[in-house]
Design a protein around this ligand. Structure first.
Ligand code: ADP
Length: 255
């Protein structure tokens, strides 16, 4: 069920594999502050290749979550250019942007964001309804996901009946169920014990090896090193970026 290559992706908005999945230029975000503006993102330029695993770091207030919300097309109040798979997000209508998001992007949040009144099964089904997958196909897709994540036994439970680590596993499964090209994760291990956090990062590594592009915000150097590249934000500016040496992170144990 994974997007394993550009060619197999059903999204329609397909870029050739050498083209960036994401290209952002001159991205600015600000809020009114008195008669002036308070800038949260300044002249951000960023390219993310298909299949890349990018970590975004920086102090609290640097603009990381804001950047993720913009990349995730949840925030439309910014200026600059943003191309996703060649589509000019900055020029799309609200509906077209929503469609592009629903077809291509899965989200994982620090606090899981599962719907408390829905069972695990129903939580997993939710993104498929946004994506207009016919009801008849949904159950087989959800059952595949339950199998793949080895959570069949949890399908009728509610989020409150699960541990934090299990809830985040369900949240990752939910993010993937509609077969997105991109996973955006905002401090996905922030609420987890270290062992549970490690399991989620290992899962991300595996999903990335299967072809899913991942952008994660993290405060943890250890987690950041699971990515290929670390971009550091400060006061809304990209302060610099580093390539992760294979031995330091992702290649470790991934043979
Ligand atoms: P990070 O994720 O790096 O901690 P955020 O992206 O959450 O940073 O926030 C960046 C900055 O944007 C912060 O200084 C925050 O105070 C500011 N900010 C966020 N929302 C608003 C808002 N509605 N009005 C004014 N400033 C805001």
């Amino acid at each position: 069920m994974m997007a394993t290559s550009e060619a197999s992706n059903p999204s329609g908005a397909v870029a050739a594999s050498h083209d960036p999945l994401i290209r952002v230029r001159g991205l600015e975000k600000s809020y009114p502050q008195g008669r002036a503006r308070a800038y949260v993102l300044r002249n951000v330029a960023l390219e993310i290749r298909p299949g890349e695993f990018l970590s975004v770091m920086g102090p609290s207030g640097a603009g990381k979550s804001t950047l993720l919300a913009i990349l995730g097309m949840h925030d439309a109040d910014w200026s600059g250019e943003y191309f996703f798979g060649g589509e000019p997000v900055h020029a799309l209508s609200v509906k077209a942007r929503g469609d592009l998001r629903n077809r291509n992007i899965g989200f994982v949040f620090q606090s899981y964001h599962l719907l408390d009144d829905l069972t695990v099964y129903e939580n997993l089904e939710m993104p498929l309804s946004y994506r207009n997958v016919p009801k008849s196909q949904r159950s087989s897709i959800v059952c595949d996901a339950l199998d793949r994540f080895q959570i069949v036994g949890k399908k009728d439970l509610y989020p409150r009946q699960l541990s934090g680590g299990q809830q985040q596993l369900i949240a990752v499964a939910r993010a993937l169920v509609a077969n997105p090209r991109l996973i955006l994760a905002d401090e996905p291990t922030g609420n987890l014990h270290s062992e549970q956090g490690r399991e989620i990062m290992e899962l991300f590594r595996k999903l990335n090896a299967e072809g899913v592009t991942i952008v994660q915000v993290t405060h943890s150097e250890t987690n950041a090193a699971y990515g290929h590249r670390i971009v550091r934000l400060r006061d809304g500016w990209i302060e610099g970026e580093t390539t992760v040496a294979p031995a330091a992170g992702r290649a470790e144990g991934s043979a």
